[in-house]
Write a new protein. Sequence first.
Lengths: 317, 414
Amino acid sequence: MSISVNEASDIQREISERSAPDYLDQLEAEAIYIMREVAGQFERPALLFSGGKDSITLVHLAKKAFAPGKIPFPLVHVDTGHNFIEAIEYRDELAEQINAKLIVRYVEDTIKAKGLKEQTGKNASRNWLQTFTLLDTIEEFEFDACIGGARRDEEKARAKERIFSFRDEFGQWDPKRQRPELWNLFNGRIQKGENVRVFPISNWTELDVWAYLKRENITLPSIYFAHERELILRDGKLLNNTPVIESDPEDQIVTRQVRFRTVGDMTCTAAVESSAITLDEVIAEITVSRISERGETRIDDQQTEAAMEDRKKGGYF
Amino acid sequence: MDLLRFITAGSVDDGKSTLIGRLLYDTKNILADQMEAIERASKTRNAGEIDLALLTDGLRSEREQGITIDVAYKYFQTPNRKFISIDAPGHIQYTRNMVTGASNADLAIILVDARHGVVEQTRRHSLIASMLGIPHVIVAINKMDLVGNSEDAFLEIAKSYTELAEKLAIKDLTIIPVSALNGDNIVERSESMGWYTGETLLSVLETVNVLKDQNLDDGRFAVQYVIRPQTDELHDYRGYAGRVQSGSFKKGDLIKVLPSERESKIAKIEFGGNEIAEASVLQSVTILLEDDIDISRGDTIVSINNSPIVSQDIEALVCWMDDKKTLKPGNKYVLQHGTARSRCSIRGIEYQIDINSYEKLDEVESLKLNDVARIVLRTAQPIAYDPYQQNRANGAAILIDETSNVTVGACMIA
């Protein structure tokens, strides 16, 4: 695994050749600015890291923002215990490589400690339970800011959320009482116990992320590329065939060549059939895809019209 | 390919959401599953035809009420440009949301209903666009189909709008007759309005020059964070992390640090740990200086022969945003300008601006939600600012309530 930064000479050439600034440069500069505002305004920030492409992008941006220094905050992962092994391995390697502090907290532990009731049945997911672990982790380390990789193009509720999103002492988002966010003047003033979720790539689209990963030559976990896998075919969606997903006789077990377009909890993340084995091929497939990222792969959003809105009001990422 | 941020503003029922929906639809930026979801939602509400407005209505509470209650962002692209559309609500009590959305916009689309012409809200939205220094304004006269696609109707509204615009500092104005519902003059030229020979809405959006709008002259760099690795090999490294707000900087440039007035020379500019030759407006870089001087977050690095104003006494236009408390002379707030924060106290309200008639109201004692006024304030520490209309990045500030920590005012420094 290697994460390389363009050679200085390449960047210089880019700057002198361009007339209008390139959109990726604009988005990158904005995200770096936001990262630095977090470091400048908060005492105990953290970067929420899942091993997915969006949080990998965040780590890369944070590296650039604070180079040649270290990233001035820890990486925090809320592990549902239902994550893809490839994403977990990647997470550990990356943290070691950039010499970052990695904090992992397990939903399993929260379930046991708090006697939480898990969903049961074939579509059971720990997705919502992550919120409890996340809020406990914020309290444990007294994090005042948590940087996340959410994008506004992902989902309707996210399209309305601020870049600095204020959460009360219960971690709740109140869409009707958001702070006005003007110019690039981010107001991160809070009382003790409250926190701010910060989304530096709010203005990026899925394709922007892929184009950036390619431009910056960033390595991704292998599940993002086409590979053969045994899957559960259920309601037209391909789920990883794993013991954490309960299957019943109506499910078909199939072997297909697939890749994952998002890397969430295995219970609510579906694979797409694909032959793309390079970043270019993935980008080509996404460019012609007629289905949105979360629409194609996220089962958690499709339960009701306001699924994400409700989760966020409850303290979700 | 570059990026254009534009805001749409209009009264309730001017068809703003339909316009954005139409832009997305006709530029093939709506994906199959999103379209299916809209078709489903249109059916359940007995809307009959597919309602493109449903594409931009986000939260459940908004969908139930059929209004937009907050600023929403949409992303789309054409082969020529990437766009961020900022949807600001037209509802009367949400002026603060338009100010919020307008603060980051390069261009404003102001919708006018062809049946009603220029109304109070048109005047309000135009004033906000001009006050926030949005360089380009497109007035889209919508629902032309409901006035028989009449050229006379268009010319009459265009004339009254042009008169309005003359009172405001709108730099670049384009007026287009459209029908968002039918897609006339949005992406495709209208067949029903053969008399219109100007550009379509999309064509203006794609070609407007935003690079020229940036202030490329005045070198300003607000320090966000000091990078000090303090490792063995980088023991003495001190890099000032920030974003070039305007102008540009290069190695060897003589600079001044404000408010301390200390002078130095740029030793090196870095990006991502690598040296670069020059940093220009909007780039996030790290500046290293030749002299070891005391600089911290909140300081501004400026070109030596081009100084902003450094003062504790500031006059500004303010849009008041708090729905609970009013702004009164004597009140104290935190002023955030660039990366600097300073306590400040309101010395006086010079006059309020009636945002509908543009009249100045004297002897105003307090400001409530959505009021716009010229105020005088004094800060505890000196602020290094430029007048907002010359330099949006270094002339903007927000007021923060010291106890609730809420952002309560948007300031455009005079």
